[in-house]
Design a protein around this ligand. Sequence first.
Ligand SMILES: C[S@@+](CC[C@H](N)C(=O)[O-])C[C@H]1O[C@@H](n2cnc3c(N)ncnc32)[C@H](O)[C@@H]1O
Length: 296
Amino acid sequence: MTTNAQPRICDYENATYRQDFWEGGARVYEDLVERRLIARLLPPGGRRLLELGAGYGRLSREYRADQVVLLDYSLSQLREARQTLGDERFIYVAADAYHLPFQAGVFDRATMIRVLHHFEDVPRVLNGIRRVLAPGAYFLLEYANKRHLKALIRHALGRQAYDPNDPAPIEFVEMNFNFHPDYIAQALQNARMATTRRLSASYLRMGALKRALPTRLLVALDEMAQASGWLVGPSVFALNQAQDQTPDQVQLQDEAIFACPHTGRRLQRQGDALVSPEGRAWPIRDGIYVFKQLDS
Ligand SMILES: C[S@@+](CC[C@H](N)C(=O)[O-])C[C@H]1O[C@@H](n2cnc3c(N)ncnc32)[C@H](O)[C@@H]1O
């Protein structure tokens, strides 16, 4: 669904995402599945990669591009990321993915993993991503699958609240959406991105199984299910390539890649801020480029 209003944002400011979700070992299997998929699906190399919804940088080291731009709406997540990753190859940008603060065509790689489920306006965010990609750039997208095996079985038994075969997104908890693979395929196509590979993963996300079997075995079994091409796992990975109609990748260095998220105009560095021709200043705080309203 595309709306004219500003879509809602799922705000992770000061959330304990790492601690609640990834620490304690309950998701070692999912974490490893995702890292291995990134290595397998995303073509190596790349000059500049945009990681959308990077969070605290859990996956950022997996990317081999010369430069990796971590973009997230949450400053606190990015601060955590910067503490662990440093500045050598990484740039930190606090911004809303619906309003990307970049010039067109400046990225030759992009990823968005475990993030799209927070977006109520998928066409809008995908069109924005496409704008900042160079033609031929790769975009690896992961999303939560509405048509997963458990939902299909429950539906067949009359015990599923929604129809998993209906292509419309389903908001199962506030600001958490599951998507039908056909819906996302169409949205990517509309945004002029060609899907070249697609598979689903994390089939064995069950506490009892995870406790009973070693992680390596779970991952090996999962990779067999991925290879089946069934597309009924809870998570789908789609590798896409940006099609034509934007200028070639713009070889801009460092801060020249930025643009005002509202007007698209170039920004000039003035002290600790990037400033638009209209005089709007976007601060750089603790090594993070900030393109959102700050409380203080
Ligand atoms: C579930 S976390 C995933 C983080 C990371 N990709 C990972 O897999 O560990 C979702 C992230 O998306 C970010 N996010 C949600 N809505 C956003 C938006 N509109 N713009 C930018 N980031 C957003 C959140 O701040 C959060 O860090």
